[in-house]
Design a protein around this ligand. Structure first.
Ligand SMILES: Cc1cc2nc3c(=O)[nH]c(=O)nc-3n(C[C@H](O)[C@H](O)[C@H](O)COP(=O)(O)OP(=O)(O)OC[C@H]3O[C@@H](n4cnc5c(N)ncnc54)[C@H](O)[C@@H]3O)c2cc1C
Length: 546
Protein backbone atom coordinates (compact mmCIF):
# COMPACT_ATOMS: atom_id res chain seq x y z
CA UNK A 1 0.00 0.00 0.00
CA UNK A 2 1.31 3.48 -0.86
CA UNK A 3 2.97 5.23 2.12
CA UNK A 4 0.68 7.56 4.04
CA UNK A 5 0.61 11.28 4.71
CA UNK A 6 -0.49 12.43 8.18
CA UNK A 7 -3.18 15.15 8.15
CA UNK A 8 -4.85 16.71 11.23
CA UNK A 9 -7.81 14.42 11.03
CA UNK A 10 -6.55 11.26 9.36
CA UNK A 11 -3.74 9.60 7.49
CA UNK A 12 -4.00 9.62 3.67
CA UNK A 13 -3.32 6.09 2.54
CA UNK A 14 -3.61 4.03 -0.60
CA UNK A 15 -3.77 6.88 -3.14
CA UNK A 16 -1.56 6.51 -6.22
CA UNK A 17 1.11 9.18 -6.76
CA UNK A 18 0.64 11.52 -9.75
CA UNK A 19 1.64 10.07 -13.10
CA UNK A 20 4.02 12.82 -14.20
CA UNK A 21 7.69 13.54 -14.87
CA UNK A 22 7.86 10.46 -17.08
CA UNK A 23 9.71 9.92 -20.34
CA UNK A 24 6.79 9.39 -22.71
CA UNK A 25 9.09 7.66 -25.18
CA UNK A 26 11.35 5.41 -23.12
CA UNK A 27 8.46 4.18 -20.95
CA UNK A 28 6.52 3.03 -24.03
CA UNK A 29 7.95 -0.19 -25.48
CA UNK A 30 5.43 -0.42 -28.35
CA UNK A 31 6.32 3.11 -29.43
CA UNK A 32 10.06 2.42 -29.37
CA UNK A 33 9.49 -0.68 -31.49
CA UNK A 34 7.15 1.05 -33.94
CA UNK A 35 9.68 3.83 -34.46
CA UNK A 36 12.37 1.25 -35.13
CA UNK A 37 10.24 -0.93 -37.41
CA UNK A 38 9.23 2.06 -39.50
CA UNK A 39 12.72 3.32 -40.10
CA UNK A 40 13.31 6.06 -37.52
CA UNK A 41 15.51 4.22 -35.00
CA UNK A 42 18.25 6.84 -35.39
CA UNK A 43 15.90 9.41 -33.92
CA UNK A 44 15.48 7.53 -30.61
CA UNK A 45 17.67 9.81 -28.46
CA UNK A 46 15.90 12.96 -29.71
CA UNK A 47 12.52 11.29 -29.24
CA UNK A 48 13.42 10.46 -25.67
CA UNK A 49 14.40 14.10 -25.05
CA UNK A 50 11.04 15.14 -26.50
CA UNK A 51 9.25 12.52 -24.38
CA UNK A 52 10.96 13.73 -21.19
CA UNK A 53 10.07 17.34 -21.91
CA UNK A 54 6.41 16.66 -22.76
CA UNK A 55 6.11 14.24 -19.83
CA UNK A 56 7.02 16.86 -17.20
CA UNK A 57 4.55 18.06 -14.61
CA UNK A 58 5.09 21.56 -16.04
CA UNK A 59 3.75 20.55 -19.47
CA UNK A 60 0.72 18.89 -17.85
CA UNK A 61 0.10 22.12 -15.92
CA UNK A 62 0.19 24.12 -19.16
CA UNK A 63 -2.32 21.70 -20.67
CA UNK A 64 -4.65 22.08 -17.71
CA UNK A 65 -4.41 25.88 -17.72
CA UNK A 66 -4.96 26.15 -21.48
CA UNK A 67 -8.18 24.18 -21.14
CA UNK A 68 -9.43 25.83 -17.96
CA UNK A 69 -9.02 29.25 -19.64
CA UNK A 70 -10.57 28.86 -23.08
CA UNK A 71 -9.98 31.42 -25.83
CA UNK A 72 -12.12 34.56 -26.02
CA UNK A 73 -13.40 36.23 -29.15
CA UNK A 74 -12.78 39.96 -29.44
CA UNK A 75 -15.28 41.03 -32.07
CA UNK A 76 -15.02 44.81 -31.61
CA UNK A 77 -12.72 47.23 -29.88
CA UNK A 78 -13.89 49.86 -27.37
CA UNK A 79 -14.74 52.31 -30.17
CA UNK A 80 -16.86 49.88 -32.10
CA UNK A 81 -14.33 49.04 -34.80
CA UNK A 82 -14.12 45.40 -35.80
CA UNK A 83 -11.22 43.44 -34.32
CA UNK A 84 -12.06 39.83 -35.18
CA UNK A 85 -9.24 38.50 -33.07
CA UNK A 86 -9.08 35.74 -30.49
CA UNK A 87 -7.29 36.03 -27.17
CA UNK A 88 -5.66 32.91 -25.75
CA UNK A 89 -4.28 32.14 -22.33
CA UNK A 90 -0.45 32.29 -22.19
CA UNK A 91 -0.40 28.53 -21.52
CA UNK A 92 -1.85 27.93 -24.99
CA UNK A 93 0.90 30.00 -26.57
CA UNK A 94 3.51 28.09 -24.57
CA UNK A 95 2.15 24.81 -25.94
CA UNK A 96 2.14 26.19 -29.48
CA UNK A 97 5.71 27.42 -29.02
CA UNK A 98 6.83 23.98 -27.84
CA UNK A 99 5.14 22.15 -30.74
CA UNK A 100 6.44 24.58 -33.35
CA UNK A 101 9.96 24.44 -31.87
CA UNK A 102 9.82 20.65 -32.26
CA UNK A 103 8.63 20.97 -35.87
CA UNK A 104 5.27 19.22 -35.37
CA UNK A 105 3.75 21.79 -37.74
CA UNK A 106 6.33 21.48 -40.54
CA UNK A 107 9.12 18.93 -40.07
CA UNK A 108 7.85 16.81 -42.98
CA UNK A 109 8.54 19.64 -45.45
CA UNK A 110 11.64 21.33 -46.80
CA UNK A 111 11.89 25.12 -46.85
CA UNK A 112 10.93 25.07 -50.51
CA UNK A 113 7.74 23.18 -49.63
CA UNK A 114 8.66 19.77 -51.03
CA UNK A 115 8.46 16.61 -48.94
CA UNK A 116 11.31 16.01 -46.51
CA UNK A 117 13.12 12.69 -46.89
CA UNK A 118 11.99 9.60 -44.95
CA UNK A 119 11.67 8.93 -42.08
CA UNK A 120 10.40 12.50 -41.54
CA UNK A 121 6.76 11.32 -41.31
CA UNK A 122 7.50 8.55 -38.82
CA UNK A 123 9.71 10.78 -36.67
CA UNK A 124 7.03 13.46 -36.57
CA UNK A 125 4.26 10.91 -35.98
CA UNK A 126 6.02 9.64 -32.86
CA UNK A 127 6.29 13.19 -31.50
CA UNK A 128 2.71 14.00 -32.40
CA UNK A 129 1.53 10.84 -30.60
CA UNK A 130 3.36 11.94 -27.45
CA UNK A 131 2.22 15.58 -27.60
CA UNK A 132 -1.41 14.46 -28.01
CA UNK A 133 -1.12 12.55 -24.73
CA UNK A 134 -0.59 15.85 -22.96
CA UNK A 135 -2.70 18.43 -24.85
CA UNK A 136 -4.65 18.12 -28.03
CA UNK A 137 -6.53 21.39 -28.58
CA UNK A 138 -3.48 23.31 -29.70
CA UNK A 139 -2.61 20.51 -32.11
CA UNK A 140 -5.51 21.57 -34.35
CA UNK A 141 -3.63 24.50 -35.96
CA UNK A 142 -0.41 22.47 -35.79
CA UNK A 143 -2.03 19.70 -37.83
CA UNK A 144 -3.66 22.05 -40.33
CA UNK A 145 -0.46 24.02 -40.87
CA UNK A 146 1.58 20.97 -41.69
CA UNK A 147 -1.14 19.52 -43.92
CA UNK A 148 -1.84 22.72 -45.86
CA UNK A 149 1.45 22.57 -47.74
CA UNK A 150 0.24 19.38 -49.43
CA UNK A 151 -2.65 21.31 -51.02
CA UNK A 152 -0.41 24.26 -51.90
CA UNK A 153 1.56 21.88 -54.14
CA UNK A 154 -1.13 22.71 -56.71
CA UNK A 155 0.18 26.31 -56.81
CA UNK A 156 4.01 26.05 -56.76
CA UNK A 157 4.67 29.82 -56.94
CA UNK A 158 2.49 30.52 -53.91
CA UNK A 159 3.93 27.53 -52.07
CA UNK A 160 7.44 28.87 -52.67
CA UNK A 161 6.47 32.12 -50.91
CA UNK A 162 4.57 30.53 -48.04
CA UNK A 163 6.76 27.52 -47.24
CA UNK A 164 9.74 29.43 -45.75
CA UNK A 165 7.32 31.14 -43.35
CA UNK A 166 5.85 27.77 -42.33
CA UNK A 167 9.04 25.73 -42.18
CA UNK A 168 10.60 27.51 -39.26
CA UNK A 169 10.81 26.71 -35.57
CA UNK A 170 9.68 30.20 -34.55
CA UNK A 171 6.14 30.61 -33.22
CA UNK A 172 4.86 34.11 -33.91
CA UNK A 173 1.39 34.87 -32.52
CA UNK A 174 1.36 38.56 -33.45
CA UNK A 175 -1.51 39.86 -35.58
CA UNK A 176 0.43 41.04 -38.63
CA UNK A 177 0.60 40.17 -42.34
CA UNK A 178 2.07 36.72 -42.78
CA UNK A 179 4.98 37.89 -44.91
CA UNK A 180 6.20 40.12 -42.05
CA UNK A 181 6.10 37.36 -39.46
CA UNK A 182 8.80 34.99 -38.19
CA UNK A 183 6.49 32.02 -38.62
CA UNK A 184 2.92 31.46 -39.77
CA UNK A 185 0.07 29.01 -39.22
CA UNK A 186 -2.60 27.83 -41.67
CA UNK A 187 -6.21 26.75 -41.21
CA UNK A 188 -8.97 25.24 -43.33
CA UNK A 189 -12.54 26.28 -44.14
CA UNK A 190 -14.82 23.80 -45.89
CA UNK A 191 -17.90 23.28 -43.71
CA UNK A 192 -20.96 25.47 -44.23
CA UNK A 193 -24.33 25.50 -42.50
CA UNK A 194 -26.08 23.47 -45.16
CA UNK A 195 -23.43 20.75 -45.28
CA UNK A 196 -19.96 19.69 -44.20
CA UNK A 197 -19.60 16.26 -45.75
CA UNK A 198 -21.31 17.39 -48.92
CA UNK A 199 -18.98 20.30 -49.69
CA UNK A 200 -20.33 20.48 -53.22
CA UNK A 201 -23.34 22.14 -51.61
CA UNK A 202 -21.11 25.09 -50.57
CA UNK A 203 -22.73 28.40 -51.47
CA UNK A 204 -19.83 30.72 -50.65
CA UNK A 205 -19.01 32.50 -53.89
CA UNK A 206 -15.65 33.40 -55.43
CA UNK A 207 -15.72 36.23 -57.94
CA UNK A 208 -12.67 36.77 -60.16
CA UNK A 209 -11.35 40.29 -59.51
CA UNK A 210 -8.14 41.11 -61.39
CA UNK A 211 -5.33 38.82 -60.23
CA UNK A 212 -7.33 37.47 -57.29
CA UNK A 213 -10.86 36.54 -56.17
CA UNK A 214 -13.38 38.18 -53.84
CA UNK A 215 -14.93 35.59 -51.50
CA UNK A 216 -18.41 36.23 -50.12
CA UNK A 217 -20.32 33.87 -47.87
CA UNK A 218 -19.64 31.97 -44.65
CA UNK A 219 -18.11 28.95 -42.95
CA UNK A 220 -20.02 27.28 -40.14
CA UNK A 221 -16.88 25.81 -38.62
CA UNK A 222 -13.50 27.50 -38.95
CA UNK A 223 -11.12 26.28 -36.29
CA UNK A 224 -8.07 28.19 -35.11
CA UNK A 225 -9.33 31.44 -36.66
CA UNK A 226 -6.19 33.31 -35.60
CA UNK A 227 -4.23 31.40 -38.23
CA UNK A 228 -2.47 33.67 -40.72
CA UNK A 229 -4.23 32.21 -43.75
CA UNK A 230 -6.82 29.57 -44.61
CA UNK A 231 -7.43 27.18 -47.43
CA UNK A 232 -11.14 27.58 -48.15
CA UNK A 233 -13.55 26.12 -50.66
CA UNK A 234 -15.83 28.44 -52.63
CA UNK A 235 -17.87 28.37 -55.85
CA UNK A 236 -15.98 30.04 -58.70
CA UNK A 237 -17.44 30.38 -62.21
CA UNK A 238 -15.75 27.06 -63.08
CA UNK A 239 -17.09 25.22 -60.03
CA UNK A 240 -15.99 24.47 -56.48
CA UNK A 241 -12.42 25.67 -56.07
CA UNK A 242 -9.75 25.98 -53.41
CA UNK A 243 -8.46 29.40 -52.26
CA UNK A 244 -5.69 30.82 -50.09
CA UNK A 245 -7.44 33.40 -47.93
CA UNK A 246 -5.04 35.43 -45.73
CA UNK A 247 -5.89 37.51 -42.62
CA UNK A 248 -4.28 40.55 -44.32
CA UNK A 249 -4.58 41.73 -47.92
CA UNK A 250 -1.35 42.25 -49.88
CA UNK A 251 -1.62 46.03 -49.25
CA UNK A 252 -1.35 45.34 -45.50
CA UNK A 253 -5.01 46.06 -44.62
CA UNK A 254 -7.02 43.56 -42.56
CA UNK A 255 -8.91 41.13 -44.81
CA UNK A 256 -12.71 40.88 -44.57
CA UNK A 257 -13.12 37.86 -42.25
CA UNK A 258 -15.83 38.50 -39.69
CA UNK A 259 -15.69 36.11 -36.78
CA UNK A 260 -19.30 35.74 -35.62
CA UNK A 261 -18.82 33.69 -32.47
CA UNK A 262 -16.81 30.82 -31.00
CA UNK A 263 -18.40 27.40 -30.69
CA UNK A 264 -19.21 26.20 -27.17
CA UNK A 265 -17.76 22.71 -27.51
CA UNK A 266 -17.92 19.44 -25.58
CA UNK A 267 -14.13 19.29 -25.44
CA UNK A 268 -11.22 20.68 -27.44
CA UNK A 269 -11.64 23.72 -25.24
CA UNK A 270 -8.17 25.21 -25.54
CA UNK A 271 -8.75 25.47 -29.29
CA UNK A 272 -10.99 28.17 -30.77
CA UNK A 273 -13.51 27.05 -33.39
CA UNK A 274 -15.37 29.93 -34.97
CA UNK A 275 -18.27 30.75 -37.23
CA UNK A 276 -17.11 33.22 -39.84
CA UNK A 277 -18.46 35.38 -42.63
CA UNK A 278 -16.45 36.59 -45.59
CA UNK A 279 -17.41 39.97 -47.08
CA UNK A 280 -15.60 40.13 -50.41
CA UNK A 281 -12.52 38.75 -48.73
CA UNK A 282 -9.32 38.77 -50.74
CA UNK A 283 -8.08 35.33 -51.87
CA UNK A 284 -5.80 33.67 -54.38
CA UNK A 285 -6.90 30.52 -56.15
CA UNK A 286 -5.05 27.27 -55.41
CA UNK A 287 -5.26 24.81 -58.31
CA UNK A 288 -7.68 24.94 -61.21
CA UNK A 289 -11.22 26.29 -60.98
CA UNK A 290 -13.49 23.33 -60.35
CA UNK A 291 -10.70 21.25 -58.78
CA UNK A 292 -11.37 22.36 -55.21
CA UNK A 293 -12.06 18.94 -53.71
CA UNK A 294 -9.16 17.30 -55.56
CA UNK A 295 -6.85 20.06 -54.28
CA UNK A 296 -7.90 20.19 -50.64
CA UNK A 297 -8.11 16.42 -50.26
CA UNK A 298 -4.30 16.38 -50.35
CA UNK A 299 -4.45 18.31 -47.10
CA UNK A 300 -7.23 16.22 -45.61
CA UNK A 301 -5.35 12.95 -46.13
CA UNK A 302 -2.67 14.26 -43.79
CA UNK A 303 -5.06 15.62 -41.18
CA UNK A 304 -6.74 12.20 -41.10
CA UNK A 305 -3.44 10.56 -40.23
CA UNK A 306 -3.12 13.01 -37.34
CA UNK A 307 -6.63 12.19 -36.11
CA UNK A 308 -5.62 8.53 -35.82
CA UNK A 309 -2.30 9.37 -34.17
CA UNK A 310 -3.91 11.72 -31.66
CA UNK A 311 -6.66 9.28 -30.73
CA UNK A 312 -4.05 6.54 -30.27
CA UNK A 313 -2.19 9.03 -28.05
CA UNK A 314 -5.30 9.69 -25.93
CA UNK A 315 -5.72 5.94 -25.49
CA UNK A 316 -2.08 5.55 -24.53
CA UNK A 317 -2.32 8.22 -21.83
CA UNK A 318 -5.55 6.72 -20.49
CA UNK A 319 -3.93 3.28 -20.38
CA UNK A 320 -0.79 4.56 -18.64
CA UNK A 321 -2.90 6.33 -16.02
CA UNK A 322 -4.92 3.16 -15.44
CA UNK A 323 -1.95 0.81 -15.16
CA UNK A 324 -0.06 3.25 -12.93
CA UNK A 325 -3.01 3.67 -10.59
CA UNK A 326 -3.75 -0.05 -10.35
CA UNK A 327 -0.15 -0.78 -9.46
CA UNK A 328 -0.47 1.45 -6.40
CA UNK A 329 -4.04 0.97 -5.30
CA UNK A 330 -4.84 -1.90 -2.93
CA UNK A 331 -8.27 -3.46 -2.62
CA UNK A 332 -8.97 -6.46 -0.38
CA UNK A 333 -5.26 -6.75 0.57
CA UNK A 334 -4.16 -7.04 -3.02
CA UNK A 335 -3.05 -4.50 -5.59
CA UNK A 336 -5.75 -3.88 -8.16
CA UNK A 337 -3.10 -4.73 -10.71
CA UNK A 338 -3.01 -8.29 -9.36
CA UNK A 339 -6.76 -8.83 -9.19
CA UNK A 340 -7.49 -11.30 -12.02
CA UNK A 341 -10.41 -9.43 -13.55
CA UNK A 342 -8.65 -6.04 -13.46
CA UNK A 343 -5.57 -7.60 -14.97
CA UNK A 344 -7.66 -8.99 -17.81
CA UNK A 345 -9.13 -5.53 -18.45
CA UNK A 346 -5.74 -3.80 -18.36
CA UNK A 347 -4.10 -6.35 -20.64
CA UNK A 348 -6.90 -6.07 -23.16
CA UNK A 349 -6.71 -2.27 -23.09
CA UNK A 350 -2.94 -2.52 -23.60
CA UNK A 351 -3.53 -4.78 -26.59
CA UNK A 352 -5.92 -2.26 -28.12
CA UNK A 353 -3.32 0.51 -27.83
CA UNK A 354 -0.69 -1.78 -29.36
CA UNK A 355 -2.90 -2.23 -32.42
CA UNK A 356 -3.89 1.44 -32.73
CA UNK A 357 -0.31 2.64 -32.40
CA UNK A 358 1.23 0.04 -34.72
CA UNK A 359 -1.36 0.84 -37.37
CA UNK A 360 -0.96 4.62 -37.12
CA UNK A 361 2.84 4.44 -37.25
CA UNK A 362 2.77 2.03 -40.17
CA UNK A 363 0.50 4.49 -41.94
CA UNK A 364 2.99 7.30 -41.28
CA UNK A 365 5.63 5.15 -42.96
CA UNK A 366 3.37 4.79 -46.01
CA UNK A 367 3.22 8.60 -46.24
CA UNK A 368 7.02 8.67 -46.04
CA UNK A 369 7.29 6.35 -49.03
CA UNK A 370 4.18 7.01 -51.11
CA UNK A 371 5.93 9.36 -53.52
CA UNK A 372 8.39 6.70 -54.66
CA UNK A 373 6.55 3.43 -54.07
CA UNK A 374 3.11 2.84 -55.69
CA UNK A 375 2.33 0.04 -53.23
CA UNK A 376 2.86 2.40 -50.31
CA UNK A 377 0.71 5.01 -52.09
CA UNK A 378 -2.06 2.40 -52.41
CA UNK A 379 -1.64 1.55 -48.72
CA UNK A 380 -2.03 5.22 -47.77
CA UNK A 381 -5.15 5.61 -49.96
CA UNK A 382 -6.94 2.60 -48.51
CA UNK A 383 -5.70 2.50 -44.93
CA UNK A 384 -5.93 6.22 -44.08
CA UNK A 385 -9.76 6.29 -43.95
CA UNK A 386 -9.89 2.83 -42.35
CA UNK A 387 -7.39 3.76 -39.61
CA UNK A 388 -9.08 7.12 -39.01
CA UNK A 389 -12.42 5.35 -38.70
CA UNK A 390 -11.30 2.53 -36.42
CA UNK A 391 -8.88 4.29 -34.08
CA UNK A 392 -10.98 7.42 -33.60
CA UNK A 393 -14.17 5.42 -33.03
CA UNK A 394 -12.43 3.17 -30.51
CA UNK A 395 -11.03 5.97 -28.38
CA UNK A 396 -14.10 7.30 -26.48
CA UNK A 397 -15.23 3.91 -25.15
CA UNK A 398 -11.64 2.94 -24.46
CA UNK A 399 -11.00 6.08 -22.40
CA UNK A 400 -14.19 5.52 -20.45
CA UNK A 401 -13.02 1.99 -19.58
CA UNK A 402 -9.59 3.25 -18.49
CA UNK A 403 -11.34 5.94 -16.43
CA UNK A 404 -13.25 3.27 -14.56
CA UNK A 405 -9.98 1.55 -13.63
CA UNK A 406 -9.27 4.60 -11.44
CA UNK A 407 -12.68 4.38 -9.80
CA UNK A 408 -14.11 7.69 -8.62
CA UNK A 409 -10.74 9.45 -8.99
CA UNK A 410 -10.91 8.83 -12.72
CA UNK A 411 -14.20 10.74 -13.03
CA UNK A 412 -12.83 13.83 -11.31
CA UNK A 413 -11.52 16.74 -13.32
CA UNK A 414 -8.05 16.88 -11.75
CA UNK A 415 -7.30 13.45 -13.18
CA UNK A 416 -6.65 13.87 -16.89
CA UNK A 417 -9.27 11.29 -17.88
CA UNK A 418 -12.32 13.59 -18.16
CA UNK A 419 -10.46 15.92 -20.54
CA UNK A 420 -9.31 13.00 -22.69
CA UNK A 421 -12.86 11.65 -22.71
CA UNK A 422 -14.35 14.95 -23.85
CA UNK A 423 -11.64 15.42 -26.43
CA UNK A 424 -11.94 12.04 -28.11
CA UNK A 425 -15.20 12.19 -30.13
CA UNK A 426 -14.15 15.16 -32.24
CA UNK A 427 -11.47 13.15 -33.99
CA UNK A 428 -14.15 10.82 -35.28
CA UNK A 429 -16.34 13.73 -36.44
CA UNK A 430 -14.04 16.22 -38.17
CA UNK A 431 -11.95 15.53 -41.25
CA UNK A 432 -14.59 13.10 -42.46
CA UNK A 433 -16.97 11.40 -40.02
CA UNK A 434 -17.22 7.64 -39.55
CA UNK A 435 -19.61 6.74 -42.35
CA UNK A 436 -17.80 9.04 -44.72
CA UNK A 437 -14.53 7.21 -44.01
CA UNK A 438 -16.20 3.91 -44.83
CA UNK A 439 -17.54 5.35 -48.09
CA UNK A 440 -13.99 6.45 -48.91
CA UNK A 441 -12.74 2.90 -48.44
CA UNK A 442 -15.55 1.65 -50.71
CA UNK A 443 -14.56 4.17 -53.36
CA UNK A 444 -10.88 3.22 -53.15
CA UNK A 445 -11.78 -0.44 -53.60
CA UNK A 446 -14.06 0.29 -56.48
CA UNK A 447 -11.43 2.16 -58.47
CA UNK A 448 -8.18 0.79 -57.32
CA UNK A 449 -6.82 -2.61 -58.24
CA UNK A 450 -3.77 -2.03 -56.01
CA UNK A 451 -6.08 -1.45 -53.05
CA UNK A 452 -7.82 -4.78 -53.62
CA UNK A 453 -4.48 -6.59 -53.77
CA UNK A 454 -3.59 -4.99 -50.48
CA UNK A 455 -6.11 -7.18 -48.63
CA UNK A 456 -4.13 -10.25 -49.65
CA UNK A 457 -0.83 -8.66 -48.73
CA UNK A 458 -2.09 -7.66 -45.28
CA UNK A 459 -3.52 -11.12 -44.65
CA UNK A 460 -0.16 -12.67 -45.54
CA UNK A 461 1.80 -10.22 -43.40
CA UNK A 462 -0.44 -10.73 -40.38
CA UNK A 463 -0.26 -14.51 -40.71
CA UNK A 464 3.53 -14.47 -41.02
CA UNK A 465 3.85 -12.52 -37.77
CA UNK A 466 1.88 -15.01 -35.74
CA UNK A 467 2.39 -18.40 -37.28
CA UNK A 468 -1.40 -18.75 -37.13
CA UNK A 469 -3.89 -18.11 -39.83
CA UNK A 470 -5.05 -14.51 -39.99
CA UNK A 471 -8.69 -14.17 -40.92
CA UNK A 472 -9.02 -13.00 -44.46
CA UNK A 473 -11.30 -10.10 -45.29
CA UNK A 474 -13.19 -10.69 -48.51
CA UNK A 475 -13.67 -7.14 -49.72
CA UNK A 476 -15.51 -7.82 -52.92
CA UNK A 477 -18.14 -9.96 -51.29
CA UNK A 478 -18.38 -8.17 -47.95
CA UNK A 479 -18.44 -4.65 -49.33
CA UNK A 480 -21.25 -5.35 -51.74
CA UNK A 481 -23.55 -3.05 -49.81
CA UNK A 482 -22.95 0.29 -48.07
CA UNK A 483 -24.90 -0.85 -45.05
CA UNK A 484 -22.31 -3.56 -44.34
CA UNK A 485 -19.33 -1.31 -44.88
CA UNK A 486 -18.68 -0.38 -41.24
CA UNK A 487 -18.13 -3.99 -40.25
CA UNK A 488 -15.75 -4.67 -43.09
CA UNK A 489 -13.84 -1.41 -42.73
CA UNK A 490 -13.41 -2.13 -39.02
CA UNK A 491 -12.06 -5.55 -39.92
CA UNK A 492 -9.80 -4.09 -42.59
CA UNK A 493 -8.34 -1.73 -39.98
CA UNK A 494 -7.87 -4.60 -37.52
CA UNK A 495 -6.21 -6.66 -40.25
CA UNK A 496 -3.88 -3.79 -41.11
CA UNK A 497 -3.12 -3.35 -37.40
CA UNK A 498 -2.30 -7.07 -37.10
CA UNK A 499 0.00 -6.81 -40.12
CA UNK A 500 1.69 -3.76 -38.58
CA UNK A 501 2.10 -5.56 -35.25
CA UNK A 502 3.61 -8.53 -37.06
CA UNK A 503 6.41 -6.23 -38.22
CA UNK A 504 7.31 -4.83 -34.84
CA UNK A 505 5.72 -6.56 -31.83
CA UNK A 506 6.58 -9.90 -30.19
CA UNK A 507 4.67 -12.78 -31.86
CA UNK A 508 2.64 -13.36 -28.68
CA UNK A 509 1.22 -9.83 -28.93
CA UNK A 510 0.34 -10.16 -32.61
CA UNK A 511 -1.13 -13.56 -31.95
CA UNK A 512 -3.32 -12.26 -29.09
CA UNK A 513 -4.48 -9.42 -31.35
CA UNK A 514 -5.38 -11.77 -34.19
CA UNK A 515 -7.13 -14.20 -31.85
CA UNK A 516 -9.22 -11.55 -30.10
CA UNK A 517 -9.79 -9.00 -32.88
CA UNK A 518 -9.83 -10.99 -36.11
CA UNK A 519 -10.88 -14.51 -35.28
CA UNK A 520 -13.59 -13.19 -32.98
CA UNK A 521 -15.35 -9.88 -32.96
CA UNK A 522 -14.05 -7.83 -30.06
CA UNK A 523 -16.63 -6.34 -27.73
CA UNK A 524 -15.87 -2.87 -26.39
CA UNK A 525 -16.40 -4.28 -22.88
CA UNK A 526 -12.77 -5.41 -22.70
CA UNK A 527 -11.21 -8.30 -20.76
CA UNK A 528 -11.29 -10.34 -23.96
CA UNK A 529 -11.11 -14.08 -23.56
CA UNK A 530 -8.00 -15.38 -25.29
CA UNK A 531 -5.11 -13.48 -23.69
CA UNK A 532 -3.17 -15.96 -21.54
CA UNK A 533 -1.39 -15.04 -18.28
CA UNK A 534 2.10 -14.81 -19.79
CA UNK A 535 0.90 -12.58 -22.62
CA UNK A 536 -0.98 -10.38 -20.12
CA UNK A 537 2.23 -9.84 -18.16
CA UNK A 538 4.13 -9.12 -21.38
CA UNK A 539 1.53 -6.59 -22.51
CA UNK A 540 1.49 -4.76 -19.19
CA UNK A 541 5.26 -4.56 -18.89
CA UNK A 542 5.41 -3.24 -22.44
CA UNK A 543 2.72 -0.70 -21.65
CA UNK A 544 4.50 0.63 -18.58
CA UNK A 545 7.61 -1.02 -17.17
CA UNK A 546 7.48 -1.50 -13.39
C1 LIG B 1 -14.82 21.15 -33.01
C2 LIG B 1 -14.98 21.16 -34.49
C3 LIG B 1 -14.11 21.91 -35.25
C4 LIG B 1 -14.24 21.93 -36.64
N1 LIG B 1 -13.37 22.67 -37.37
C5 LIG B 1 -13.53 22.74 -38.72
C6 LIG B 1 -12.66 23.54 -39.51
O1 LIG B 1 -11.71 24.16 -39.02
N2 LIG B 1 -12.89 23.62 -40.84
C7 LIG B 1 -13.91 22.94 -41.43
O2 LIG B 1 -14.06 23.04 -42.64
N3 LIG B 1 -14.74 22.15 -40.71
C8 LIG B 1 -14.56 22.04 -39.37
N4 LIG B 1 -15.40 21.26 -38.63
C9 LIG B 1 -16.54 20.65 -39.28
C10 LIG B 1 -16.42 19.16 -39.50
O3 LIG B 1 -15.42 18.87 -40.43
C11 LIG B 1 -17.82 18.69 -39.94
O4 LIG B 1 -18.66 18.80 -38.81
C12 LIG B 1 -17.82 17.26 -40.47
O5 LIG B 1 -17.13 17.22 -41.68
C13 LIG B 1 -19.23 16.74 -40.68
O6 LIG B 1 -19.99 17.64 -41.44
P1 LIG B 1 -21.42 18.14 -40.92
O7 LIG B 1 -21.26 18.63 -39.52
O8 LIG B 1 -21.98 19.08 -41.90
O9 LIG B 1 -22.29 16.84 -40.84
P2 LIG B 1 -23.07 16.13 -42.06
O10 LIG B 1 -22.28 16.28 -43.30
O11 LIG B 1 -24.47 16.57 -42.05
O12 LIG B 1 -23.00 14.62 -41.58
C14 LIG B 1 -23.76 14.14 -40.46
C15 LIG B 1 -23.51 12.65 -40.32
O13 LIG B 1 -23.94 11.99 -41.48
C16 LIG B 1 -22.96 11.08 -41.94
N5 LIG B 1 -23.05 10.98 -43.40
C17 LIG B 1 -22.75 11.93 -44.29
N6 LIG B 1 -22.94 11.45 -45.54
C18 LIG B 1 -23.36 10.18 -45.42
C19 LIG B 1 -23.75 9.14 -46.35
N7 LIG B 1 -23.71 9.35 -47.67
N8 LIG B 1 -24.13 7.95 -45.86
C20 LIG B 1 -24.17 7.73 -44.53
N9 LIG B 1 -23.84 8.66 -43.61
C21 LIG B 1 -23.43 9.87 -44.05
C22 LIG B 1 -21.64 11.65 -41.46
O14 LIG B 1 -20.68 10.61 -41.30
C23 LIG B 1 -22.05 12.27 -40.13
O15 LIG B 1 -21.95 11.30 -39.12
C24 LIG B 1 -15.27 21.19 -37.25
C25 LIG B 1 -16.14 20.43 -36.48
C26 LIG B 1 -16.00 20.41 -35.11
C27 LIG B 1 -16.94 19.58 -34.30
Amino acid sequence: MTAGLRLDTHEVLNQSPPYENVDLFSSDAPLIEAVEANGAADDAAALSAFGRHWGTADMSALARRANENPPKLQTFDAKGFRRDTVEFHPAYHDLMRASVAAGLHASTWTRSGTRAAPPAEVARAARYYMAAQIESGHLCPITMTRAALAALAAEPALRAQVAPKVVTTAYDSTFRPWWEKLGMTLGMGMTEKQGGTDVRANTTAATPTGDHYAITGHKWFLSAPMCDAFLVLAQAPGGLSCFFLPRFRPDGSVNALRLQRLKDKLGNRSNASSEVEFAEAFAWRVGEEGAGVRTIIQMVQLTRLDCALASAGFMRMALAQAVHHCRHRTVFQKHLYDQPMMRAVLADLALEVEGALALSMRLARAFDRAATDPREAAYARLVTPAAKYWVCKTAPAFIYEAMECLGGNGYVEESVLPRLYREAPVNAIWEGSGNVMCLDVLRALDRDKEALDLFDRLTGEAARGTGTKATRVEPKRELASESAARITVGRLAALAAAAALAANAPPAVTDAFVQTRLHRSHAALYAADGIDGTTSELLLQRALPE
